[in-house]
Each structure stands twice: as C-alpha cells, then as structure tokens.
Design a protein around this ligand. Structure first.
Ligand code: NAP
Length: 281
C-alpha cells in the first residue's frame, strides 16, 4: 500500500511505456516487504534539467535513466560515481542529502550475466557487434575483468574506430568494419561473441548480423543484449550451430538488482525479478 512514507523511485526516459523495469522493481520491493514504489516518468529531452530538480523537490530516493537520456543527464547531476564516469553514461541515480549521484550498473550487470553462467573473462578474447551506449558499457565491464583482446565490428568504420580509441589502453581493443575480412578472422579465434545492436529486436525487420557461422568455433559463447524476444534469430543460429547462448534478460535483471541495492542497501531478489520479467517477455 502506498502511504505518505513510501519511498519513491522513478525511471526517466522517452518513451518509457515499453520498459519492464517498473514491473520488475515493484515485484522486488513487494517480495522483500519494502515500502518503496517505482514509477514511470516519461520526460522529453528539453525538460530533462527540470526533471532532475523535480526528483529532488518531490523527495524521490532515486531513479533509473533510460534511452535517450543516459548521457545527457550527466550534466545535471551533482556527482558522478567512477562506474558511470568510465562508461560516460548514467543509468541509476541515488538522491542523498539533496544531492543527485549518478551510477552505471550496466557494465557490472553484463559481467554478472556471464559469470553466473560460468563464463570466464580474464585473458579471453571478445568480438562485439555495434558501437553504441550498451556496447560501451560491455567493453568497460570486460576491461575491468581483465579481458585479453576486444574487437568491435560495426557498419560505420569511422565511428567504430573513434569508439575504440575512447578506452584506457591497458586492453588491446580495435574497431573494424564488420564487412571486412579482419572481422571474420577475429571471429574464428574469439571466446565470446556479443550482439550489441538492436538487430533481431523486431520480427518485421529482416536485417541480419554479418556472421559466417562456419567460422565460429563451437566453444565460443554467443551473447545477445536483446531480451525481448528472448530468442533472437542470431541466438537461434548460434544454438543450431552448437554454441552456448546467453540472452539480455540476465543483464537486465543484474543491472536492476545492482540499482535496487544502491537504493535500498539490500541485495536485489534476482529470482523474483527474472520471474516477473519472464511473464511479460
Ligand atoms: P545505441 O546506442 O543506439 O547503439 C546501437 C548500435 O547498433 C550502434 O552502433 C548502431 O550503429 C548499431 N545499429 C543499430 N541499428 C543497426 C542496423 N540496422 N545495422 C547495423 N548496425 C546497427 O543502442 P544501445 O543503447 O547501445 O542498445 C543496443 C541494444 O542493446 C538494444 O537492442 C538494446 O535493447 C540492448 N540493451 C540491452 C540491455 C539489457 O539490459 N539487456 C541494456 C542496454 C541495451 P550506428 O551508430 O551506425 O547507428
């Protein structure tokens, strides 16, 4: 029951109607009998600054931030945690003593979605497709966990090369055009292959990722950040080819559970969160 004492968490995005986070987070609060409520807060870009002030003015405890505000919101926050500084984007806000502090739980969320499935990262090689915001979080997570080599393939060579330059140089990271032979050569040797593009999200869109499956080793772990549908054509092809597959549901749950922990100080009930998501996917 919502009372005058209920702690308020929101999700800022535009649009937010499609987001499954309100269902997932409210189920989590309820399961632990926590007096919290999680509400959608659709905000257009031109009102983002006012929305951040509004969160403070209305006594919110925190928020999630989703597309298209993850980068732009950084300008309006009081502090940015190192997790978000490295990625250059915020997906979680905690409001403490009148200050909005920005965090990013996507990178650790992705990593935990692998490690909970016993996928090793240290010293391994990864090939990513796509060079957008989610790809950046994945690269940061992989670097923090000691990946040996990262290749990022994308349709736009200039963009992906710029993308690859934007990380600390401790890890060997290269950007390439995914239609060039170098990309397919890297796939032959890689341990983890990850789709970080939206290709496969919509059944109406018949675009395909540039993978020659005969080049993919059967030990390669194949991941898709997409969680809806849970089985994309890319994952289906990987499964048919005999590879271990991981979809984006684990990352969604893990990033949400880490945000839950930042707001409440309690571990997010991952099983409940996944069960609730599965009902709506
Ligand atoms: P984004 O910032 O818009 O980046 C998308 C990337 O994919 C860009 O490199 C873009 O290339 C490329 N791309 C888009 N459409 C393409 C197409 N038709 N052909 C070739 N390349 C294409 O998006 P994002 O935030 O990174 O999200 C990417 C995916 O990850 C989405 O499906 C999203 O739902 C998913 N995601 C999942 C989670 C989770 O918790 N599981 C979290 C975040 C994101 P250009 O730059 O050339 O356009």
């Amino acid at each position: 029951m919502i009372t005058g004492r209920t702690e308020k968490i929101g999700i800022l995005g535009w649009p937010v109607g499609h987001s499954l986070s309100p269902l997932m987070q409210n189920a989590a609060f309820e399961s632990l009998h926590l007096d919290y409520v999680y509400v959608p807060l659709p905000v257009q870009a031109e009102y983002l600054a006012q929305a951040v002030v509004g969160l403070k003015a209305l006594g919110f405890t925190g928020a999630n931030v989703t597309i298209p505000h993850k980068v732009a919101i950084m300008a309006y926050l009081d502090e940015i945690d190192s997790s978000a500084q490295l990625i250059g984007a915020v997906n979680t806000i905690v409001i403490k003593e009148g200050k909005c502090i920005g965090y990013n739980t996507d990178a650790q969320g992705f990593i935990r979605s692998l490690t909970t499935k016993n996928v090793m990262i240290t010293g391994k090689s990864a090939v990513l497709m796509g060079a957008g915001g989610a790809s950046r979080a994945v690269v940061c997570g992989l670097i923090q966990h000691g990946i040996g080599q990262i290749t990022v393939g994308a349709r736009n060579l200039i963009k992906v090369q710029e993308f690859a330059k934007g990380f600390p140089t401790v890890t060997n990271i290269e950007g390439c055009d995914w239609n060039e032979s170098i990309f397919n050569n890297r796939i032959k040797d890689c341990d983890i292959l990850i789709n970080c593009t939206p290709i496969g999200m919509s059944a109406d869109n018949k675009e395909e990722l540039p993978i020659i499956w005969d080049n993919v080793h059967s030990d390669t772990v194949v991941c898709d950040l997409i969680y809806n549908p849970p089985m994309t054509p890319f994952l289906k092809s990987a499964q048919n080819h005999g590879n271990k597959i991981i979809n984006g549901a684990g990352m969604l749950v893990e990033q949400g559970a880490l945000a839950f922990e930042l707001w409440t100080g309690k571990p997010g009930p991952r099983k409940i969160m996944l069960e609730m998501l599965s009902k709506y996917m």
